[in-house]
Write a protein that binds this ligand. Structure first.
Ligand code: PGA
Length: 256
């Protein structure tokens, strides 16, 4: 299985800044076997970056899209419009769930739309601090996992990536705390077990599970070596080229 290093730029960087940043990354990165580097820029920058990017080194992801392919949906962009520009799409990020009130039903429709359009969905799931405090982590993970995946065929499940992102560990969340490798190992193990119980071992073994939440160059090594973790989804640190490259280099070293 590949190791995935995904940078989520969120609503940061102008088109010009995005291009300068990508240029810097492309200069510093070499193609690495077994390593998949992905960046998710703002929608406005995706088209120009898709012309600039060397897809052997870096792939692009959409941060969001609408689940219908076309039609009278003023202001929306579909994944069928994005499919020639991106290889991946983030779906169900906690900011979409909690700020924009996306439900599991919306998320399920987006997962299906991405797959229908040949784009790999990165389905984010994770409990909030209070859900964790109330001992609801297992149920939340199960509901979000199957809430997002229940319309996906067994064959297509192999095209899905899961990202475990405890909301309480996301750097921009008020009072965010660092997740310990043990915390993450427990939840990631739960995710693998739930996938296995529902879809079987063969499918479960092909679904990468990433970790995201306050990842930086000093903790990335510990997170990447947690059993069952196949990569990282990085917000804040992905905006600092030196940090992002350091994490990629670390992932490369850990694979070799
Ligand atoms: P963070 O963001 O790395 O800044 O915590 C992660 C995310 O929200 O995907």
């Amino acid at each position: 299985m590949k190791t995935y290093i995904v940078g989520n730029w969120k609503m940061n960087l102008t088109v010009g800044e995005s291009s300068i940043y990508l240029h810097k990354l492309l200069k510093r990165l070499k193609q690495a076997r077994g390593l998949e580097v992905v960046v998710a820029p703002s929608l406005v920058a995706i088209q120009s970056l898709s012309l600039q990017v060397d897809r052997h080194k870096i792939k692009l992801a959409a941060q969001n899209f609408y689940h219908q392919d076309y039609g009278a949906y003023t202001g929306e962009v579909s994944i069928s419009q994005l499919r020639t520009l991106v290889d991946y799409a983030i779906v169900g990020h906690s900011e979409r769930r909690y700020i924009f009130k996306e439900t599991d039903k919306d998320i399920r429709a987006k997962v299906a739309a991405a797959i229908r359009n040949g784009v790999t969905p990165i389905l984010c799931i994770g409990e909030t601090a209070s859900e964790r405090d109330f001992g609801e982590t297992k149920d939340v993970l199960r509901d979000q996992l199957f809430g997002g995946l229940s319309d996906v065929s067994a064959e297509d499940l192999k095209k899905v990536i899961i990202a475990y992102e405890p909301v309480w560990a996301i750097s921009s969340v008020k009072g965010a705390r660092l997740a310990s490798p043990d915390d993450i190992a427990t939840s990631v193990d739960l995710i693998h077990k739930q996938l296995k119980a529902r879809f079987g071992k063969e499918v479960e073994e092909q679904i990468p599970v990433l970790y995201g939440g306050s990842v930086n160059p000093s903790n990335a090594g510990a997170y990447l070596t947690i059993p069952g973790v196949n990569g990282l989804l990085i917000g804040g640190s992905s905006l600092i080229a030196d940090h992002f490259v350091d994490i990629i280099d670390l992932a490369k070293r850990l694979r070799s």
